[in-house]
Ligand binder design. Structure first.
Ligand code: NAG
Ligand code: NAG
Length: 423
């Protein structure tokens, strides 16, 4: 998704040198070492890639202009599940502003499942649940918009949503899209429960077309759980696509979703490994730092899933790390990938704008390890001298590095550096 738009931007903006650099950084995939006679071929391939991406953008049914960088915000599901009401949604909007999180880019306030009555009204419209959303969704959208934020909502490409407490939109797509637009909705997460057994590629485009006709740009978040490899077709239908089943607040769940999402890095269409669990209490601080770092370099949506009205200092320090957010929102929009794996040790890397490279040294095991990332693995020409910025220590290291960078990493922890060539 974002890759397409940002590739276009990159294609327009980047000088030839950066293209050369991108070619070298793609040595992660192609194992090209240095500038050789194959460089011209690589540049032609790169141009072809960019053209192909542009064609795909043109073929996108949902040309709503949204999602050129990963969306950021909050969703009610991970922390509250069905225990939601208009008061806590308003308090959350207030908290996003008062904590400064909205200034950092967290602007979507997304209501997840359980917001509607089980029965539609006599006109066939979805009805906000009277006991929990008595003022209605339009009033809530007005409130959220008055704070400079955006309101998201949830439905399902089936007969019921996953809670089975409200109807899905299957067969009512145009009607519901119009309702959402009339309320001032900005984002739709579209789930996959209780469907009719037809393929997601049959059911999801109906909502895509309905949203296009609804007269309001609405970010379309496909959530078919990675059922039918949505990385292969999601770009044509939506602004983001879940590549995994639901996340839970444990290390195993989080890291396995990172793995599932990484598989699709080759397609250069960053997917959605699900919303963040940071701040929900099931992982250690180091584990949450790994969670946030990998979501950031994977160019995944940064949708908070904790209670932002009641943040601990540790949680705030993680989700408000502007340097890590900047990596996520980098205009080049290229998803990082695992470039080396050895037992419990992994090195993830990806190119950033301005000739830079982001690298994460990840320790998945129970013991401390010393981890080294070599330039030829992470796409930096061998002789290049770099300056390293530690994004969690908020320090530029005094040493300059040539050929590799090494750090000792605790169990279930990571180091995250942005490497900037200086000569
Ligand atoms: C706020 O967070 C603390 C610790 O994270 C927790 O003990 C407390 O119950 C929370 N308060 C509310 C109102 O949720
Ligand atoms: C890292 O690079 C330095 C030279 O800059 C070299 O002396 C050292 O052996 C390298 N370390 C590893 C583990 O490759």
């Amino acid at each position: 998704m974002r890759r397409r738009a940002s590739q276009e931007m990159a294609a327009m903006m980047i000088p030839n040198l950066l293209i050369l650099f991108s070619v070298v950084t793609s040595s992660m995939v192609m194992r090209v070492s240095g500038f050789t006679t194959t460089t011209t071929t690589r540049i032609m391939e790169l141009h072809h890639d960019v053209e192909e991406q542009q064609n795909q953008y043109r073929r996108n049914l949902l040309a709503n202009g949204l999602g050129s960088t990963p969306p950021m915000g909050w969703s009610s599901w991970n922390h509250f599940a069905c225990k939601i009401d208009e008061k806590m949604i308003k308090e959350t909007a207030d908290a996003l502003v008062s904590t400064g999180l909205s200034k950092l880019g967290y602007t979507y306030v997304n209501i997840d499942d359980c917001w509607a009555e089980l029965a539609r009204d006599s006109k066939g419209s979805l009805v906000p649940k009277k006991s929990t959303f008595p003022s209605g969704i339009k009033a809530l959208a007005d409130y959220v918009h008055s704070k400079g934020l955006k309101l998201g909502i949830y439905s399902d490409a089936g007969y019921f949503t996953c809670s089975k407490q409200m109807p899905g939109s299957l067969g009512h797509e145009e009607h519901d899209a119009k309702t959402f637009a009339s309320w001032g909705i900005d984002y739709l997460k579209y789930d996959n429960c209780f469907n009719d057994g037809s393929k997601p590629t049959v059911r999801y485009p109906v909502m895509t077309r309905a949203l296009m006709k609804a007269g309001r740009p609405i970010f379309f978040s496909l959530c078919e759980w990675g059922d039918l490899h949505p990385a292969l077709w999601g770009a044509k239908l939506g602004n983001s696509w879940r590549t995994t089943n639901d996340i839970t607040d444990t290390w195993e769940s989080m890291i396995s979703r990172a793995d599932m999402n990484e598989v699709y890095a080759e397609y250069a269409r960053p997917g959605d490994p699900d919303m963040l669990e940071v701040g929900n209490g099931g992982m250690t601080k180091d584990e949450y730092i790994v969670h946030f770092s990998i979501w950031a370099i994977s160019k995944a949506p940064l949708i908070l899933g904790c209670d932002v009205r009641n943040l601990t200092k540790d949680t705030k320090d993680i989700i408000a790390n502007k340097e890590v957010i900047d990596v996520n929102q980098d205009p080049l929009g290229v998803q990082a990938k695992k470039v080396r794996m050895e037992g419990d040790i992994e090195i993830w890397a990806g190119p950033l704008s301005g000739y830079r490279v982001v690298v994460v040294l990840l320790n998945r095991g129970p013991w401390r390890y010393t981890i080294t990332a070599n330039w030829d693995d992470i796409g930096i020409p061998l002789e290049t001298v770099v300056e390293a910025r530690d994004l969690w220590e908020h320090k530029t290291l005094k040493n300059r590095f040539v050929g590799n960078i090494t750090a000792t990493v605790n169990p279930h922890a990571c180091k995250m550096y942005v490497l900037k060539p200086i000569s």
